[in-house]
Every structure is written in C-alpha cells, then in structure tokens.
Design a protein around this ligand. Structure first.
Ligand SMILES: [Zn+2]
Length: 127
C-alpha cells in the first residue's frame, strides 16, 4: 500500500512540478498504468480541482487542510496496511516518515575512555 502512495506522490510531484517534472512522460505513464483506476480516478478528481491528491501527515495533522486526524487513521497509516483518506479534504494521506531520532551528538569532545579504574575518593575542592 505504501508503494502505491509513493507512486501517487511521485506522480503528484511530477504534475505539480510543471513545466519541468523530474520524471519523464514515459515514467508518468508507467506509474499511472500501475495504480488501480479507482485510486487514480480519485486522485485525478482532486488534481482536477487544483488540489494535490496526496497530503502529507505531520504531527497527526493533514497538511492539506490542517485538520487533526483521528488516532485510528494515524495508526492505520503507521501500519501501512491500508490507504487512508482525509475525512475533511478527501486527499490521500501520506504519513511522513518520522526521521529516526539522530544519535545525540556528544556536545563535548569525547573524553579519552576512562578505563574501569576505580575513582579515588574525590577530594573536595576548597570552598
Ligand atoms: Zn485533509
């Protein structure tokens, strides 16, 4: 299901990137041919009304209409098992991949690895 939406996204990117789509007309035709007609039909109806057919979901909000989405919709999107439409604007929803939290970079340069030396009793610095 995810692949299908990726195709729509690619298609959308191409169609909204006029006049210089990043993919060729042949590729567009290929994508269109591989998307089920019912889905493509709905997508095309949205595009015909000047809307993007696919809206990205960010922070559980549809970026197409800025409405918060029900958690059930988000869950289904996360499972990637089914295509979801926004209840409000009718766009296909694409859950933006949540970037894997980057490893927190140590701010200070890493100290030389302290060997498992037992720390001496900390001498209290004079006040
Ligand atoms: Zn929406």
């Amino acid at each position: 299901m995810k692949e299908l939406l990726l195709k729509l996204l690619k298609l959308q990117a191409a169609e909204f990137d006029k006049p210089t789509p990043k993919i060729t007309a042949a590729e567009i035709a290929e994508i269109r041919a591989s998307v089920p007609p019912t889905i493509l039909g709905h997508y095309d109806r949205l595009v015909a009304r000047g809307k993007r057919g696919v809206a990205i979901v960010r922070n559980q909000v549809c970026t197409g209409c800025h409405m918060r989405l029900p958690i059930g919709t988000i869950n289904t999107l996360m499972q990637g098992t089914d295509i979801q439409l926004c209840d409000t604007c009718g766009r296909y929803l694409w859950l933006e991949e949540t970037p894997v939290a980057p490893e927190p970079e140590p701010v200070a340069p890493a100290k030389p690895a302290a060997k498992a030396k037992r720390r001496k009793k900390v001498a209290h610095a004079p006040a």
